[in-house]
Design a protein around this ligand. Structure first.
Ligand SMILES: [Zn+2]
Length: 311
């Protein structure tokens, strides 16, 4: 396996620095890739975090998987672990790049494009062709707390199998977003599932532990480690939608991510700072809350609850 002109032989591990860009100060920006190879041939798994720079739980999950030596004794195959892709967003506490671009809308990228496009290109060009499947770790954006869940492409059997192997309580069937990492990988025949857990810029131990458990489950299912993790019940959702604010004001939520809801149930209220009327926010159908908004001051149309509906 050769990455950035560096060869990692079977039975060897390496930490590689791949130069991707430079800061205005002249410092080089490197992508860190931890590579683990068993002597025995087998599939190559990509584990990646921080495609969105402020989604720290995803970064922390990959960091801990590396730190804990999770991939050091693979029975077969290889693992490439990249804890942080969007280094610019990470140091700026933001989802995207300094020019506002979202790398997850910049794939497959280009060699001479914007910063986001260049980093996307490095991943598409230098890393993806080496991989057979991947796990992409995210965290809820913009004050949204996501209950630990995996998202898989509904029209790809391999993605759905990978989501099943990940063994989260919630699996959401989704489409593929244009220019996303997942779509670029799918176009190369590489199934990727997205893990979502917690809220951006906030550590959430529950989500981090669930993400780590998911990695172990996938490694075990693929025969890459010897482990027999307990199976959890999984609910697979065909559709999901956002319940949005019909007025502006102060939002108080009574229900939160992970809660089951019934049609007509009051999930929270919207009110104003002056003692005015309280407007109820009600569930439109039976389902489970995947994500809830923790932002207390909201505008009309803001997303409040992301709810999944079983078929
Ligand atoms: Zn994200």
């Amino acid at each position: 396996m050769i990455i950035n002109n560096y060869e990692v032989l079977p039975g060897k591990n390496a930490t590689l620095r791949i130069p991707v860009a430079s800061l205005p100060s002249g410092n080089t920006v490197n992508l860190f890739a931890h590579v683990y190879r068993s002597k025995k041939p087998g599939p190559t798994m990509l584990v990646i975090g921080g495609i969105h720079g402020d989604e720290i739980n995803g970064i922390e999950i990959v960091r801990r998987s590396v730190k804990n030596g999770m991939f050091k004794n693979l029975r077969k195959g290889s693992v490439i672990a990249i804890p942080l892709l969007n280094i610019y967003g990470f140091i700026n506490f933001s989802r995207g790049f300094p020019d506002g671009k979202d790398v997850n809308r910049s794939f497959p990228g280009s060699k001479k494009g914007s910063l986001a496009a260049r980093i996307a290109y490095t991943l598409t060009h230098d890393i993806l062709p080496l991989c057979d499947f991947g796990l992409d770790f995210h965290t809820g954006g913009a004050s949204v707390y996501n209950y630990p869940q995996v998202r898989a492409y509904r029209d790809d059997e391999e993605s759905m199998k990978l989501a099943e192997a990940f063994n989260m309580p919630l699996v959401v069937k989704t489409g593929l977003i244009t220019n996303s990492f997942r779509k670029a990988a799918h176009n190369k025949g590489i199934p990727i599932v997205v893990f979502e857990g917690g809220e951006s810029l906030r550590m959430d131990e529950f989500s981090i532990n669930e993400g780590l458990r998911g990695i172990v489950c996938v490694l075990a299912a693929k025969g890459m480690i010897k482990s027999d993790p307990p199976k959890m019940d999984t609910v697979v959702f065909e559709t999901s939608s956002w319940l949005r604010a019909h007025r502006s004001g102060i939002f108080v939520h009574y229900k939160q991510s992970g809660d089951h809801v019934k049609k007509g149930q009051v999930l929270g209220i919207i009110t104003d700072p002056y003692g005015g009327p309280e407007t109820k926010v009600k569930a439109r159908n039976n389902g489970i809350i995947f994500g809830h908004n923790n932002k207390p001051v909201i505008n009309q149309g803001d997303a409040l609850f992301h709810i999944g509906y079983a078929k």
